[in-house]
Design a protein around this ligand. Sequence first.
Ligand code: PLP
Ligand code: COI
Length: 355
Amino acid sequence: MESTTNNAITIEKAQNSKIAEVDFDNLAFGSVFSDHMLVCDYRNGAWETPKIIPYGPISLMPSAKIFHYGQSIFEGMKAYKDNKDDIFLFRPADNHKRFNISASRMAMPEVPVEHFIEGLKALLTLDKAWIPQTEGSAMYIRPFMFASGEGFHASPADAYKFMVCLAPSGPYFAGKVKVLIEEKYSRSANGGVGYAKTGGNYAGQFHPTQLAKEKGYHQVIWTDDHNHENIEEAGAMNIFVRIGDTLITGPTSDRILNGITRKSVLEIAAAEGIKTEVRTLTVTELVAAAKAGTLKEMFGTGTAAVISPISTFGYRATDYQLPDLENSYADRFKKSITDIQYNRSEDTFGWRVKL
Ligand code: PLP
Ligand code: COI
């Protein structure tokens, strides 16, 4: 196998590429993986040299703490290819910062910028041909870290693996999203880990989301754990509600993920003169607006979900339909943000980073 060193990253190339097996015109979300992955071990209190190796199985001891205590975190990012084959990242420094915020909450070591940003750039450069160009597709980048150190003692591990995998991906949702306002289960609580991108936050949502799916919904809208009255966020998205011409989203807190798409939408709205309110929105207010006809739109925001319009919300056995608007805020934000991401418009915010 060919092996080289690039800026302190060791690269071992795959002997055969799997790229010819991929149907780039019909990509699902996150289900095919490129030829290579990045792996970096943390041992004896220090990060070792990152390696890029062929994508494939990894070996772990059964007593590795990830299996027992769930010490794991991840990020979600995308690389976008424009029509000249140039590649762009969107606000990658923010993902790196949030990764280390998650690491700190889960008592894990921080990952330095030269491993996180330079590592994923080297991986993208090597697997550049895998970055899709079809409309609505992008290369989903999944940096993650887990406890590889052994032991049944319920305490932080002494060894970790930081890895990055790449998945050429299509849209996360096939169409408009039908959501159910959850009143029994909670995603997070004050003082908990809701703001961290840690695996258990997602595993804990699977059962309530399955129950919602059995009733015909795609996603749950989480409410506060105390009274189930404040709208918080969805499984993989922050939530925006348009009442009249005002766009409302809840404030971030230690219960809610500080979404990069969410803050970008708020910045675009300010630049486009759309009135926004970052404040607590109650279910009572949402239902009253739906009944009064002032509820115009709801949409979710996220790296995977981009801007996903909501068609219906369910609350206490009643479904409330949202109108089908021409020139909706959701459409406008989706265009503005994807035009920046895919290098189709000037980036006045300075968010785009060329590979
Ligand atoms: N909320 C949760 C729970 C998420 O998993 C995500 C996805 O990353 C988001 C919100 C949206 O965050 P971002 O826009 O940074 O992708
Ligand atoms: C993302 O949008 O990148 C996420 O992390 C969502 C993921 C749970 C699919």
